[in-house]
Design a protein around this ligand. Sequence first.
Ligand SMILES: Nc1ncnc2c1ncn2[C@@H]1O[C@H](COP(=O)(O)OP(=O)(O)OP(=O)(O)O)[C@@H](O)[C@H]1O
Ligand SMILES: [Mg+2]
Length: 228
Amino acid sequence: MSDLNVPVLECRALAKTYQDGKLFVDVFRCINLAIAAKEQVAIIGPSGSGKSTLLHLLGGLDKPTEGTVCINGTDIYALSEKKRSQLRNRTLGFVYQLHHLLPEFSVLENVCLPLLLQEKTIIEAEHQATELLAKVGLAKRLGHKVSELSGGERQRTAIARALVTKPSCLLADEPTGNLDQQTANGVYETMLELNRDVGTSLVIVTHDLQLAKKMDRILTIQDGEVFH
Ligand SMILES: Nc1ncnc2c1ncn2[C@@H]1O[C@H](COP(=O)(O)OP(=O)(O)OP(=O)(O)O)[C@@H](O)[C@H]1O
Ligand SMILES: [Mg+2]
């Protein structure tokens, strides 16, 4: 069980430098932040400021150059890769800027996968996945291959996949970026519902200021720093 006093996600003195041959890109040098249980946080900032980099580090997908990231109090980069991915699968949902779905598998199969990795039964996985896919408006696309979906339908499939495990925290990188306003609002409502009903914390990178303003807190990332 997660302790409400321990942040769901916390980073301390986080630094990231990308190195490509002799070229170094210092994205940020020292970021400290904590996301509380049930909190809704928007991350905004110009293109190239490091929003996706920060989300990847917080989600255990890339190693920081310096500093620590804790999920529910556990230092994730001190864990083995296997343990880290187990913890990630159990506690986080991730919506990537590029969605990383399995194109040759069906919508339903893609959304069932995280539950099957948690050793849920197929019946249980299909039940939960179907329910969530209906919420994001894909009830009629369950058997479709991902490669046959529109861009917005893929995006909604990716969102359903991230939410289906009812994670402690959802990390979403411009989840509604290429959706029309009405569909985007529906997707956003689904996230808020999970926040309300399950207590999932939301960390959402967005260029949509309207959406950002509806969250509890906005963090701005600019020139390698986070402004609270
Ligand atoms: N693998 C990489 N190797 C080298 N540099 C990288 C790599 N990934 C990102 N960068 C650089 O790091 C900086 C931050 O990139 P990042 O993708 O985090 O920005 P962002 O804020 O998400 O931008 P956008 O709003 O365009 O998605 C950019 O200058 C980018 O060019
Ligand atoms: Mg990005």
